[in-house]
Design a protein around this ligand. Structure first.
Ligand code: AMP
Ligand code: DBH
Length: 546
């Protein structure tokens, strides 16, 4: 039976034997993100909670804003357990919005600023979201107009809350962010064992996958991350990557800072000049980067740059494989300790530890953060490979989901019957337990940390009237690690589509920019697969020689 938009949020629970153990050992602490903020706001009222390009709020101020905003959201008709999309850039209002949604027990859906109509429409429909929060223009793009398009396509989405451009009013049809304020009142209480929000997976299929995370499981991942990463109330964590992403959100991320009573800094741009200026201004001690950005920062610092970034103590790199050569340069260039992070929004997060040897830190992606994480490395038949050999990584544990949100097909593919998550990553585990990521799931391209589903892009290419067939593959790239290449067959061989036109077509279908094929090649035929059927895997191998 399809659930109502304000009904219970069903998800695959952990088996009761595991859940009972996690609870009795205090791994699941039985508290909520709202209570965490209230506690920190009491303990650390005068500490700076959030700094962005033009704002600085103490915890007392953040909590007061969360209270009025939460009341205003209730006044708009948003009810507990309903889903609300958040598509905001890295600015202070992001933090207020997410905690206000937690306060009314509504579920944020963590969208990225780069998402366009294809992604947002699918996410709105899958989550049956009732509202979306946007900032009018970001990097020249009109997010209010985009939200209006999504609302037209998805009937459940009835409210658009918009932060207007500086000095302007909110566009018609939207509710101005600053007017969303209500009188203080009793707020609903959330259940720590229930889903707190929907996170997104980079995915390997054409359909977006929503990841249901509970207060209990996610808070544990944040608390344990804080222990491993040495986060304290002195920590100033800067979100450099888009803050909706699981890495800057929780590993240990902005939530780690709130749990510890430290400070969140938000840089409007990850470019070295802007980010370094923010490090200097806010006294940033820790941040997380994807490898291409780490290279940009490292090269900028090696050339010499004007800002004092000496407060920076830990630089995390994750999201995609960091080349060993780059890993050796990051620490010395930025005057900080490198920490590699291999994580996934589905759960499992691995870290190198701050006291690991340089060799471990520069050549491995670390080890699972929790003693209760279970991992297996298996062959194509799910049989464990010999110790130290390459194989596919499977995992389960106290903060790894047991199923996607309402997606039986993806669950059948990605989870075993007994609840192990198939990460799709090819890894090797050394004698000390450290993991090296050697490869990827076949159909997912990792473009510098931004994941591209080959199938999703192929589906859009196939909608082009002049394209008969399409295969999207990864091509090696020095800067991004991988880029995308689309091989297509023309419907009419005498009149093949132009490659620039194909890229424009995909963009116009409303795909995020990082998914537009970097390269398009029109072929006369795909190579024979040898088995007589169009196996993408074999085609890919034939086309790329890998
Ligand atoms: P997602 O499921 O979209 O959250 O993406 C998680 C995936 O990103 C992992 O399964 C890996 O494929 C990839 N990934 C994350 N961190 C690293 C890393 N440090 N090295 C290599 N791959 C990574
Ligand atoms: O790539 C990821 O999804 C990721 C990387 C590092 C992640 O989810 C995380 C840390 O928590």
């Amino acid at each position: 039976m399809p659930e109502q938009s304000n009904g219970p949020v069903e998800f695959t629970r952990w088996p009761e034997t595991d859940a009972a153990r996690y609870r009795s050992e205090g791994i699941w602490a039985g508290t909520t993100f709202d209570r965490i903020l209230r506690d920190t706001a009491t303990r650390r009222a005068d500490t700076v909670a959030v700094i962005d390009a033009d704002t600085s709020w103490t915890y007392a101020e953040l909590d007061a804003r969360v209270r009025t905003l939460a009341a205003g959201l209730l006044d708009l008709g948003i009810e507990p357990r309903q889903r609300v999309m958040v598509q905001l850039p890295n600015r202070a209002e992001y933090v207020a919005t997410v905690f206000a949604l937690f306060r009314i027990d509504a579920l944020p859906v963590f969208c990225l600023p780069a998402h366009r109509s294809a992604e947002l429409t699918a996410l709105a429909a899958a989550s049956e979201s009732v509202a979306i929060v946007v900032a009018h223009h970001h990097e020249g793009f009109d997010h209010a107009a985009l939200a209006a398009d999504v609302a037209t396509a998805v009937p459940s989405l009835r409210t658009i809350v918009c932060i207007p451009d500086a000095g302007a009013v909110a566009p018609e049809g939207t509710v101005a962010f600053d007017t969303v304020r209500g009188q203080d009142r009793e707020f609903p209480t959330a259940d720590p064992g229930e889903v707190a929000f929907l996170q997104l997976s980079g995915g390997s299929t054409g359909v977006p996958k929503l990841i249901p995370r509970t207060h209990d499981d996610y808070l544990y991942s944040v608390v344990r991350s804080n222990e491993v990463c040495g986060v304290t109330e002195e920590t100033v964590y800067m979100a450099t990557l888009p803050v909706s992403h699981n890495f800057p959100m929780s590993s240990p991320g902005i939530l780690g800072a709130v749990v510890a009573g430290g400070t969140i800094a938000l840089t409007p741009s990850p470019a070295p000049s802007t980010a370094f200026a923010m490090i200097e201004r806010a006294g940033v001690t820790m941040t997380g980067l994807v490898p291409p950005l780490a290279r940009l920062w490292t090269e900028s610092a090696e050339r010499g740059q004007p800002h004092d970034i000496s407060t920076l103590a830990t630089v995390q790199v994750g999201g995609a494989r960091c080349p060993d050569e780059l890993a050796t340069r990051i620490g010395p260039a930025l005057g900080a300790r490198l920490q590699q992070v291999f994580g996934m929004a589905e759960g499992l997060v691995c870290y190198t530890h701050l006291d690991d040897s340089d060799e471990v830190v520069t050549t491995t992606q670390g080890r699972p953060m929790s003693p209760l994480d279970r991992i297996r490395v298996v062959d194509d038949n799910d049989v464990d490979v010999p110790a130290g050999s390459e194989g596919s990584l499977m995992t389960h544990g106290p903060y790894t989901i047991r199923g996607y949100y309402r997606n039986a097909d993806a669950n059948a593919r990605s989870f075993t019957d007994d609840g192990w998550y198939r990460t799709g990553d090819i890894v090797r585990v050394d004698a000390r337990g450290n993991i090296t990521v050697c490869g990827r799931a076949v159909d997912r391209i990792n473009r510098g940390g931004e994941k591209v589903s080959a199938e999703e892009v192929e589906e859009h290419l196939l909608a082009h009237p002049s394209i008969r067939d399409a295969v999207v593959v990864a091509i090696a790239d020095e800067y991004l690690g991988e880029r995308t290449c689309a091989f297509v067959l023309a419907a009419d061989e005498d009149n093949p589509p132009r490659t620039s036109q194909i890229r424009a077509f995909v963009r116009d279908r409303g795909l995020a920019a990082w998914k537009i094929p970097d390269k398009v090649q029109v072929l006369d035929a795909f190579p024979e697969t040898g088995v007589g059927k169009t196996s993408r895997k074999e085609l890919r191998r034939a086309l790329t020689g890998r």
